[in-house]
Design a protein around this ligand. Structure first.
Ligand SMILES: [Zn+2]
Length: 465
């Protein structure tokens, strides 16, 4: 079916396939034939009717795939796993040459529901027999390249515990030093981290000295990195805003010349779009209140991945909506969005909370696929659902996947949520084919320790630069 609407050429899309089923789709030959086929479709569409876009034949639901195991990663694939533990964010990337990235690994305090009643946490999945960081380590074991022995790069997007781990009464002490295990430290106990990148390194002084904050969770994290660096087990780096040479393919870079990672923003500094230049948009005095407190979220790291035509952006809890009680600088998204440009896939900033994923962000990025990493009952905000489903902000088809949406949230937001989200439960894997031209979305069962495929969406054609 052809939609004679006003889509621009870059909004061209293909329908999710409902014909490719079972093992057939997983065979390498079939995959490459399919890739060629979609490229040809793209070329023909581009030549003849660039103003047209395909409508998805099946709006909403992907092809059920009978609980098969995900075929193993192989050279050339880019896998981006958004892992659900029910306790904060975690994403695991396998880059085309096998280089690995962990982007956040959180945990949530035990008394969250007491402190923030009546908000509710989602269930801890697959169960609470392991801590969230241990489940993340186990997930990595299942989907990592066979030859992987360590995580090449780990990022902490900002210093909130749902992104790096919280101390709980039962948090055990590490076998390697004086820090307690939670979140990213639990992952590092199983998978050594080669380079750890956060927004504070090396002096942890923005917007004020972080070591003086008396925040036990942050001090525990700092013990972990200080001891790791001292012992030589770990290297740490600050996030070099503007650079595309900090995070590199470490195993076979020459083979994948179209792959790169750009550091877009952190601490209010934003890439200018020119070379590796950056500009500062926040000053410390402005964002710290008279009690010495400040909000971490607007300081989050924003990272963009390019692989051929494929683009992906993730931005931690970066904020975009200045509510009446917040100052104008709180809106970081509007300043950052123009240098991000159009992407194929984005995560919804700040878990889909109402103060993020603003109209400028969506107008500029025009994503085909949105991934929401959730853990509490106010995610997503109803206003965010209105924005991500709006055809006034951008015209193209979009497919929205959340790691977990609670029943109470569905009841509150209604069909605008449930009819527009393609999946509301499960790990969300973006698998990009060699070269970056085509990608698929797989939902993996987060209640199972075996993590079989629940459903499959795609293939999608990456939009030309
Ligand atoms: Zn968060």
């Amino acid at each position: 079916m052809i939609n004679g609407g006003s889509d621009k050429p870059k909004s061209r899309e293909v329908k999710p396939s409902s014909r490719l089923k079972g093992r057939q789709m997983f065979k390498a030959r079939a995959a490459s034939r399919r890739l060629l086929g979609w490229i040809l479709v793209g070329v023909v569409m581009g030549a003849n009717s660039s103003a047209f876009a395909f409508e998805p034949a099946v709006e909403g639901r992907g092809s059920p795939v009978a609980r098969e195991k995900l075929p193993a990663w192989h050279d050339g694939l880019l896998d981006i796993h958004h892992i659900n533990t029910g306790r904060g964010n975690a994403a695991f990337f396998v880059l085309p040459d096998g280089t690995s990235i962990l982007f956040d690994a959180g945990d949530i305090e035990d008394d969250f529901e007491e402190k923030y009643a009546p908000l509710k946490l989602g269930p801890a999945v697959p169960d609470s027999s392991l801590r969230p960081g241990q489940w993340i380590a186990d997930y990595i074991r299942q989907f990592a390249p066979k030859r992987m022995t360590a995580i090449d790069y780990a990022f902490v997007s900002h210093f909130h515990t749902d992104h790096y781990g919280t101390l709980l009464p039962g948090s055990p002490v590490s076998a390697h030093g004086p820090w307690k295990l939670t979140g990213i430290m639990d992952v590092a106990e199983v998978w050594p981290i080669k380079i750890l990148i956060d927004r504070g390194n090396p002096d942890y002084s923005f917007p004020r000295p972080l070591r003086e904050q008396q925040d036990e969770n942050l001090l525990n994290y700092l013990r972990f990195i200080d001891a790791g660096v001292r012992s030589g087990r770990l290297k740490t780096q600050g996030f070099a805003v503007g650079h595309d040479d900090q995070v590199l393919l470490r195993h076979d870079r020459k083979r994948y010349p179209t792959f790169s990672i750009r550091n877009i923003a952190a601490n209010g500094e934003i890439w200018t779009g020119i070379g590796m230049e950056k500009r500062a948009t926040l000053n410390a005095d402005e964002i710290v209140n008279q009690n010495g407190k400040f909000n971490e979220n607007p300081l989050s790291l924003v990272l963009k991945i390019n692989y051929g035509d494929f683009d992906y952006v993730t931005g931690g809890d970066i904020t975009g909506v200045s509510e009446p009680d917040q100052p104008a600088w709180f809106n970081m998204e509007s300043k950052i969005a123009p240098v991000v440009g159009e992407v194929d896939v984005m995560t919804m900033n700040h878990h889909g909370n109402r103060d993020a994923t603003n109209a400028d962000w969506l107008r500029n990025l025009k994503p085909q696929v949105l991934v929401e990493q959730t853990w509490t009952s106010d995610q997503p905000g109803g206003e965010v659902v209105a924005r991500v489903t709006s055809k006034h902000l951008w015209q193209g088809q979009r497919h929205i996947f959340a790691t977990h949406i609670q029943d109470a949230t569905k009841v509150a937001i209604g069909p605008w949520l449930t009819r527009n989200y393609q999946s509301m439960e499960g790990h969300v894997l973006i698998r990009v084919q060699p070269g970056g031209g085509v990608f698929d979305v797989y939902i993996l069962d987060d209640h199972s320790r075996e993590r079989p495929i629940k459903s499959h969406f795609g293939p999608f054609v990456s939009r030309p630069e």
